[in-house]
Design a protein around this ligand. Sequence first.
Ligand SMILES: [Zn+2]
Length: 368
Amino acid sequence: MLVEEGRIKAVDTTGARAPEDAEVIDYGADAWILPGLIDTHVHLVFDAGDAPVDHLAARDDDSVLAGMRRAAARALAAGITTVRDLGDRGYLALRLRDEAAARPYLQPHIVAAGPPITSPGGHCHFLGGEAWGREALIAAVRERHERGCEVVKVMASGGHMTPGTFMHLPQYPTEDLRVVVDEAHRLGMRTATHVHSAEAIGRVLDAGFDTLEHLTFFTEDGPRPTPPLVDRIIGSGATVSLTVGVLPGEPLSPLLTDCMRRLCPTWARLHRAGVAITAGTDAGICRYKPHDVLPYAVTDLAGPIGMTPAQALAAVTSVAAAACALTGVKGCLKAGADADLLVVGGNPLHDLTALRDVRSVYRIGRLL
Ligand SMILES: [Zn+2]
């Protein structure tokens, strides 16, 4: 691979000689080079501790920003060269992104949503994104666009982290969700929606969101996917960003264990039907989801969801790049793409755990 000024200039697999003036780095026969990995759902503001919401509330922006720098550096060191931040406070992910503008190799490329749009008192209202009614929702989308967000995130249902909200209950009527999607698309932004509730899944499909986060089909009786709803997702063209990836050896909550058991067959069916699936780890929200957990998510995609290793690798590279509107720029080894590269000590097509044997990481052509 020939890299020049931060971009891939050429890729050769025939063994051709490097140009005379090129500096040659040979990683040896056992090393494999991949595009840097892409996590489609992280929260850099959350500290991956036991009480991330309380800890965030107790800190001022400068202190939170310092933690975000550490979280971003940890992700990058694991070869995660792009993260889509789907919920910060006070647009801090944009501050982090912009402060590294002169030295982008210090952190992953950040695609940011800013504070997620939520109903008054709704899921993650404490991040500051409450908006209700057509005018307020349009204003919220425009504000994110003006600030420089590339994606708008909407909480279409309640969530487990926010007392007083319920995973099985929708937060917005369909018309309001459609207002957000239409305004975001008009401004050239992508749309992502946090959706646990089965009822809300129908609404977000009607509204036309680009990526569906979590997708747990919650009813009052827990996850209950139904064939008609699954068929609608298959026909929608939406990308599904699955909340997979946990550190091994950590005791998981009974809720999570039960969800995975009930949902994996449905997620596997979506995959077999050709739905675009990415890994959105929700990194930061608990102790077993640190900001570098993505390599473990890849194994989950291959195991319970039934992807081949090549498909699982695509889910965290080229498919994820498409979900972030970065096709051809990230997640591929092609001339013209950014030289965000991960070198690992083994063939991940044979053994995905090779992703955790990181030899080198390059960001914009620069060795970490
Ligand atoms: Zn999240």
